[in-house]
Design a protein around this ligand. Structure first.
Ligand code: ASP
Length: 450
């Protein structure tokens, strides 16, 4: 069956269906409502807490995240090998790689600067009663302290001593390094290693298929994740830290709605509103899982099917971005620096701010795309300017909701840089980008065609 025939048959059949992405959004709203009802309207009891919140919601939500995480290492490895191998000419890969890296580093540096500016305008650390919010969870603080690695070690860890171990541990930077290496060599050796090339391509197809099947569990997973978060925290838990939260959220909004939109408009010459509309479900997904890594498959799929971005580029830049490009996380770290400095009366001058911009940008490279890691790498940033690590304990209690929001920004940054780089390399199909219906039923269609 030809592509056109498939489309011709598929489109009318899906006309009345609610797309999977719409169902995910509905699940997101229902999850929040359910969690808030649990928190405020249902009194504490074994049934509420043990059966629902820490039972059903926890198991299904975490089970879904594990399903998504299960895909990540094989998917990233195969797609980078295939991407690097099929891009053919290593010169193109090199120039795209360097450009992407530069974009990733620059957008992160801009993100920290935005956060420091907004932090200083809002002054989140002034007037907060520290003693009332000091969390006694020092175990997490110890964890943060002990995981404080030097910048040199972070860079060296990119080269795996043992690639199999890197794959088993899910060390994404090392996996990316090795996969790129394998892909480039496949491309250099050409026909001699055709079978291996085909193996990776077919394994990649298997992983993509597995992704679309797992995506069908997304609405239930998203519902349970959000219901549990809101049932545990409710709205009141956010109040004492409102200013800090507002500062982070405002900076995230500026990065997403001003910096990224300007980049798309000025550097990629595409309509930023179209981008945002089509990309919103991916952001919603990242928001509910707080995991950049788990969002890789959906991000790549959306860029290809809805925006016409060549998968040979996104298969390399998206996993790389989910691993090293954490603009949202750096924003949280910037505001946290101002907040803690004000709380503890540590003076901050231009030199300290420049140091924060540099370390937060590098810390972003070492931040894994999974929940809460940003808090751990925050210790690197605090240490660089002599801020007390107790500041991390202060913001720990309310970090989950910010983690969800910054993850949405993290993956948007990856997609924006990818679109800019791909567009400049002439690898964006504008007909697809500008077609409002492109990829609308992508997940449903993918399943039904097979
Ligand atoms: N949860 C974030 C992510 O997956 C990382 C972090 O900031 O903790 O992108």
């Amino acid at each position: 069956m030809t592509k056109i025939e498939e489309k011709g048959q598929g489109t009318p059949a899906h006309k009345n269906h609610l797309g999977l992405t719409s169902i995910i959004l509905i699940a997101l709203g229902l999850g929040i409502i359910c969690g808030v009802v649990f928190h405020y309207c249902i009194p504490q009891s074994g049934i509420r807490d043990d059966v629902f919140v820490n039972g059903i919601f926890y198991v299904i939500g975490q089970g879904f995240i594990r399903l998504m995480q299960m895909l990540v290492v094989p998917l990233v490895f195969c797609s980078i090998v295939c991407g690097a191998a099929s891009i053919g000419d290593t010169k193109t890969l090199g120039s795209i790689g360097v450009k992407t890296l530069l974009f990733y580093l620059c957008t992160t540096a801009v993100a920290v600067s935005v956060a420091l500016t907004i932090g200083n305008l809002i002054n989140p650390g002034l007037g907060v009663d520290m003693s009332s919010i000091l969390v006694s969870d020092t175990s997490s603080l110890d964890k943060a302290q002990s995981s404080n690695t030097s910048i040199a070690d972070t860079l060296l860890a990119i080269i795996p001593k043992n690639p199999v171990q890197a794959l088993a541990n899910g060390d994404m930077l090392a996996v990316i390094f090795f996969a790129l290496f394998v892909g480039i060599i496949i491309s250099l050796m050409g026909r001699k290693v055709e079978m291996v090339h085909r193996f990776f391509e077919q394994f990649n197809d298997i992983m993509m298929k597995m992704t679309s099947i797992v995506m069908f569990a997304a609405p239930v997973g998203v519902f349970c994740l959000l219901a549990r978060t809101f049932a545990n925290v409710g709205f009141e838990a956010f109040l004492p830290m409102l200013k800090y939260m507002l500062g982070v959220l405002l900076a995230l909004a500026v990065q997403c709605l001003v910096v990224y939109m300007l980049m798309l408009w000025l550097l990629a010459r595409v309509n930023p509103i179209t981008f945002l509309k089509k990309f919103f479900p991916v952001m919603a997904f990242a928001f509910s899982t707080a995991t950049s890594n788990a969002t890789i498959p959906l991000n790549m799929e959306t860029l290809e099917k809805k925006m016409g971005v060549d998968r040979r580029i996104s298969s390399f830049t998206i996993p790389l971005g989910a691993t090293i490009n954490m603009d949202g996380t750096s924003i949280m770290q910037g505001v946290a620096v101002v907040f803690t400095a004000q709380l503890f009366g540590v003076p901050m001058g231009p030199v300290e701010y420049a140091t924060v911009i540099a370390t937060a940008t590098l810390a972003s490279i070492g931040t894994a795309g999974v929940p809460s890691v940003g808090l751990i790498t925050l210790s690197m940033v605090f240490n660089s300017v002599g801020l007390p690590l107790e500041g991390i304990a202060l913001i720990m209690g309310i970090d989950r909701i910010l983690d969800m929001t910054r993850t949405a920004v993290n993956i948007t940054g990856d997609a924006v840089c990818t679109t800019v780089v791909a567009k400049q390399a002439g690898r964006v199909n504008l007909d697809v980008f500008n077609d409002p219906l492109a990829g609308k039923d992508m997940d449903v269609a993918a399943l039904e065609q097979n």
